[in-house]
Design a protein around this ligand. Structure first.
Ligand SMILES: *[C@@H]1O[C@H](CO)[C@@H](O)[C@H](O)[C@H]1NC(C)=O
Ligand SMILES: *[C@@H]1O[C@H](CO)[C@@H](O)[C@H](O)[C@H]1NC(C)=O
Ligand SMILES: *[C@@H]1O[C@H](CO)[C@@H](O)[C@H](O)[C@H]1NC(C)=O
Ligand SMILES: *[C@@H]1O[C@H](CO)[C@@H](O)[C@H](O)[C@H]1NC(C)=O
Length: 463
């Protein structure tokens, strides 16, 4: 019996191996794009779908279930991932009627004509900052995913996978893949439930992985070339425990996730890179965010993902990683540092920030030269935060009032009679307030943006 089983297993296994090796040669790499909508100047949905096709993206991920986009995608053959908003997770987790209603009104009107293939539950729900704001969302996540799955089943929908995109901060901050584990506050029940759900439903671990952030936070220890897949054989990282040799930062991040899952008993779960990319611009105090690096990262990523046979990573050789690049557009209404508004492959007017072909079929020699990077090293001079050119002046008084309510008597010097009162101008006063606010809070989650009213400058505004 025992031997027989082993023979059958062997046979089965070799069939599997030969199947997968023949399939892998002609398998189509999934390389899609994240279609974020946080801009007040973005093209119409139908126009956007045309632009997605022009980029040769073969999948699109949304941060919503925007019916206009789902309608525009009808008949295009482009698979789409839609998202349940974070705010609904807790009510969905405890209410099947509500879940069925959500699926019924967001997915059913378009499915199957629109190829909805993922229902993603929330966005980066297990990140520390999200859990700080909503104590229950973490424990409600997997119950909500189960209800969504049950709902799909009751509608007899079998080809829509349920998942949840998570940021790499679910892992401890280590650069040694073999030493990676899930953050203590999620590693227990939540992560075990999640991995069990993913495995039993044959879904994916959806991870948002940005070498840009890891590199810029470690700009003295990690080389930029290594983060951009340009390190070659001269810049490698050897994991001291496994001896595996890494040639780029993304692989290091992907294998960290692999080892963390393996540690909890799930070495076979597949990873889907739900967001990755490189910013094409940013603030003066940020580094490496420029068109040159963005083009280099994304083009090299495309090349790596389309390689035949698939290269995988050192710990997962040959593995195929379906991937969504972030993002379709530069989105002018995203808060935070300047890079947040500069992840696009396209400008809002629809033209390319730099040429890129996500199908991997355009040889690089066709692309013209890129503008040389100016900010790969930290800016050393002084920086101020002032009212932006073209800022909406009607909004300045209330913004000024709001800023002055923060901080330690931040605005005293611009009160009547004080040293910075003159010249009496709302722009001058606001620039003063923005700069001092930013000087006080920039290490602490404060940015020079103020809803688009402010920008960084190297010119002293008091001169
Ligand atoms: C569940 O959701 C339905 C539909 O929104 C609502 O009518 C019902 O009151 C909810 N049940 C509970 C217990 O909250
Ligand atoms: C460069 O890395 C250091 C830590 O090594 C960090 O403090 C600094 O903020 C980084 N610089 C930039 C511009 O991100
Ligand atoms: C689109 O916008 C970019 C950035 O503002 C600009 O450089 C480019 O010239 C514009 N293209 C067209 C065709 O208007
Ligand atoms: C300026 O802001 C005001 C108040 O928010 C708004 O009503 C107005 O439309 C804005 N003007 C422009 C040109 O955006």
């Amino acid at each position: 019996m025992y031997q027989m089983a082993a023979v059958i297993m062997l046979l089965f296994f070799s069939v599997l191996v030969s199947l997968s090796s023949t399939n892998r040669a002609d398998i189509v790499t999934t390389l899609g794009v994240n279609y974020g909508e946080l801009g007040d100047n973005l093209p119409m949905q139908t126009e956007s779908v045309k632009l997605i096709q022009k980029l040769k993206a073969n999948w699109v991920k949304l941060y919503s279930a925007n019916p206009q986009i789902l309608k525009a995608l009808q008949g295009t053959n482009i698979p789409v991932s839609i998202m349940v908003p974070n705010q609904l997770i807790s009510s969905i987790s405890s209410n099947q009627t509500l879940t069925d209603q959500w699926v019924g009104s967001n997915l059913l009107p378009f499915y199957p004509k629109t190829k909805i293939r993922h229902l993603l539950v929330g966005n980066e729900v297990l990140s520390s900052w999200v859990l700080r704001e909503d104590k229950l969302i973490g424990q409600n996540l997997v119950p909500a995913m189960r209800r969504i799955k049950a709902s799909l089943k009751s509608y007899k929908i079998r080809n829509v996978k349920v998942g949840t995109p998570l940021a790499v901060d679910v892992l401890n901050p280590t650069l040694q893949p073999s030493k990676a584990y899930f953050r203590a506050d999620v590693a227990g029940r939540i992560m075990k439930q999640l991995l069990e759900f993913i495995e039993s439903t044959k879904s994916f671990f959806f991870i948002d992985a940005y070498p840009f952030f890891t590199w810029s936070n470690n700009n003295r220890t990690i080389s930029l070339d290594y983060a951009l897949f340009e390190g070659g054989v001269h810049q490698t990282y050897k994991d001291p425990k496994t001896g595996l040799v890494y040639t780029n930062l993304l692989d290091q991040m992907l294998d960290s996730l692999y080892f963390a899952m393996k540690r909890l008993g799930y070495p076979n779960i597949r990873t889907w890179i739900c967001e990755t990319g490189w910013p094409n611009g940013g603030d003066i105090d940020q580094i490496g965010a420029n068109v040159y690096n963005a083009a280099t990262y994304n083009r090299n990523l495309v090349k790596k993902l389309h390689a035949k046979p698939p290269v995988g990573t050192p710990a997962q050789p040959g593995m195929i990683f379906p991937t969504f690049i972030f993002a379709l557009y530069n989105e002018n209404q995203k808060g935070g540092p300047g890079t947040e508004r500069h992840w696009g492959l396209l400008y809002p007017n629809g033209s390319n920030v730099y040429p890129v072909d996500l199908s991997g079929k355009t040889p690089e020699t066709v692309y013209g030269p890129l503008p040389k990077p100016q900010n790969n090293k930290p800016y050393k001079g002084k920086i101020w935060c002032v009212v932006a050119k073209g800022a909406n002046l009607t909004e300045l008084p209330s913004a000024l009032k709001e800023v002055c309510m923060h901080g330690n008597r931040l605005c005293d010097p611009i009160r009547p009679g004080r040293e910075c009162y003159k010249p009496v101008s709302i722009v001058q006063h606001a620039s003063y307030a923005f700069s001092s606010y930013w000087a006080q809070f920039r290490g602490n989650g404060g940015y020079c943006f103020f809803n688009g009213l402010a920008v960084q400058t190297t010119k002293d505004p008091s001169k």
